[in-house]
Design a binder for this molecule. Structure first.
Ligand SMILES: Cc1cc2nc3c(=O)[nH]c(=O)nc-3n(C[C@H](O)[C@H](O)[C@H](O)COP(=O)(O)OP(=O)(O)OC[C@H]3O[C@@H](n4cnc5c(N)ncnc54)[C@H](O)[C@@H]3O)c2cc1C
Length: 485
């Protein structure tokens, strides 16, 4: 039976759910508070420069392929993928960096050249990481987080120890060189928690990194948003922008309507892809499943200070993605998770999309994106943003041995306060609730409300977790629950 389904938000999880629900014959409308599509993956265009505002690492290409295959399509029907080579660069000092190649064999040689004997160890580590990927990403993450039994399979039974050790412990027991340790700990940062709090089993992220590679949609991550928008429109989904949802209306214990810009819109089913905490504040308090105390006790992924920068010249000595790990990695992690404060010496990440796609900057110029991870809920002021911009630009100049300050045409910042005002993000988190052991699968906030009929949730605060591939999967999982109910 066809139903009217109202979806809050136009992020990846909402777009994914909208496609599946429309494919099943429902009348689907997306209500997005902002003027443009994509949520945290929106696009910024300024003075001839183009930026992805959020995600930039296209990992797990198989998950994207599987999504489009579900509709009888391929990613290549919508966008062209480039495998980045090198995948990325990691800076440790002045002109001192490690390049991660686009294939495992070369990465093994790089490891061996840094620490004798580490090549063989990496090969073994990656074989296990691949088997975890096959279990987790091809199977477990496609389960709806309803019951602990979902995690008990013949394969996971063999790996039970890997749920109780951590990535950090595993890596440090095999590798001694600090650089190699940091490189192997880096991928799980995408899951939002410290490597020392992330179960060993999550080494599937290392397989995503070294095994499957880092890809780039030709015109940036926003290509994927546009592809999903096209698919959704082909399937009949309607979009309303500048449509701020003020309330979810409940009558007789069932969600029956939304108040959008103060007008009532009826619906048979309501699905929120906005941050889960915010979605619950749209309900009267007796209908919320999780208390403020609950949310406050969760481990959230970091917030971030971001800069979108236009430069009036081409830079030397850069790669598409660059990590600046020339400072104490563990201290910065403590400043995020243990004793939240602005880090004295932040590690930071930069990308230069115009290295791969010249159309993102005017001819002879460069587009740059800088990111410093920060504790969620941290103080955010214009002077702090400015101070940290100067800090990282100084470091960037020294580490890559070039002057860029006088070449900056503009720099636009985005930080905690913008995450809150633009996305209604809890504590200004950038990418959701972390995937620690106690916040995995059935231990995450539920896709279906237990208090209100016909009300569902999707996105990075529910299952499976943070990141673009999980957001696509989250939309699929919730659409299956809605269809079933
Ligand atoms: C800086 C940054 C870098 C990242 N890097 C990567 C990366 O490299 N690779 C990767 O895979 N992932 C990355 N991520 C994570 C990834 O972008 C997210 O996990 C994913 O985009 C989240 O999608 P979502 O649908 O859950 O939420 P969102 O994208 O936040 O969508 C929620 C939507 O709901 C809307 N909304 C909120 N409240 C209302 C309301 N009341 N009414 C109407 N609409 C409302 C919001 O405006 C928003 O559009 C990054 C994230 C950030 C912020």
């Amino acid at each position: 039976m066809s139903q009217e389904i109202a979806i809050i938000g136009s992020g990846f999880s909402s777009l994914s759910a909208a496609c599946y629900l429309a494919q099943a014959g429902n009348k689907v409308t997306i209500y997005e508070k902002n003027a443009s599509i994509g949520g945290r993956a929106r696009q910024l265009k300024k003075e001839g420069f183009t930026f992805d505002m959020g995600p930039s690492w296209y990992w797990m290409p198989d998950v994207f392929e599987r999504f489009f295959n579900d509709f009888g399509k391929k990613t290549s029907d919508y966008y062209h993928l480039i495998k980045l080579s090198p995948a990325y660069r990691v800076y440790y000092g002045i002109n001192d960096f490690v390049s991660i190649a686009d294939n495992l064999e070369d990465i093994i040689s790089t490891f061996e050249s840094i620490e004798k004997g580490s090549g063989v160890k990496l090969k073994k580590f990656m074989a296990n990481a691949k088997s975890n990927y096959d279990i987790a990403i091809k199977d477990l993450v496609y389960r709806p987080g309803v019951s602990p039994l979902e995690l008990i399979t013949v394969e996971t039974a063999k790996k039970v120890g890997e749920f109780f050790s951590t990535i950090s412990r595993d890596v440090k027991s095999e590798f001694k060189n600090q650089r190699l340790i940091q490189i192997l700990e880096f991928p799980v940062l995408f899951l939002g928690a410290k490597p020392s709090d992330t179960p060993s089993f999550y080494s599937f992220m290392n397989y995503a990194d070294f095994g499957l590679g880092t890809w780039h949609p030709e015109n940036g991550m926003f290509d994927v948003v546009k592809a999903m928008e096209s698919l959704a429109k082909e399937l009949g989904v309607s979009f309303e922008f500048n449509a701020n949802v003020n309330k979810i209306v409940v009558e007789n214990e069932k969600a029956v309507a939304l108040i959008v810009n103060n007008s009532r819109v009826e619906a048979d089913v309501i699905l929120s892809g906005a941050d889960y905490h915010h979605s619950e504040t749209l309900l009267d308090s007796e209908y919320r499943m999780y208390s403020e105390k609950y949310w406050d006790s969760r481990v959230f992924a970091p917030s971030s200070l971001l800069f979108y920068v236009g430069l009036n010249r081409k830079l030397d000595n850069i790669a598409h993605h660059a990590l600046f790990f020339d400072v104490d990695f563990d201290q910065h992690a403590r400043d995020i998770y243990d004793d939240p404060k602005w880090p004295d010496n932040p590690l930071f990440y930069a990308n230069f999309p115009s290295v791969t796609d010249p159309s993102t900057a005017p001819e002879g110029m460069e587009s740059a994106f800088f990111l410093i991870p920060l504790a969620p809920g941290i103080e955010d002021t214009p002077s702090l943003r400015e101070k940290y911009f100067d800090k990282i630009i100084d470091r960037f100049e020294i580490l890559t041995q070039q002057k860029i300050k006088n070449n900056i045409i503009f720099s636009e910042s985005f930080c905690k306060n913008d995450f809150v005002s633009d996305y209604n993000s809890y504590k200004g988190n950038a990418y959701g609730m972390a995937n620690t052991l106690m916040q995995t699968a059935f231990l995450r906030p539920k896709l279906k409300s237990k208090k209100v009929g016909n009300l569902y949730f999707t996105g990075q605060l529910t299952v499976p977790g943070p990141g673009v591939p999980p957001a696509l999967i989250s939309g699929k999982l919730v659409s299956e629950l809605i269809k079933k109910n």
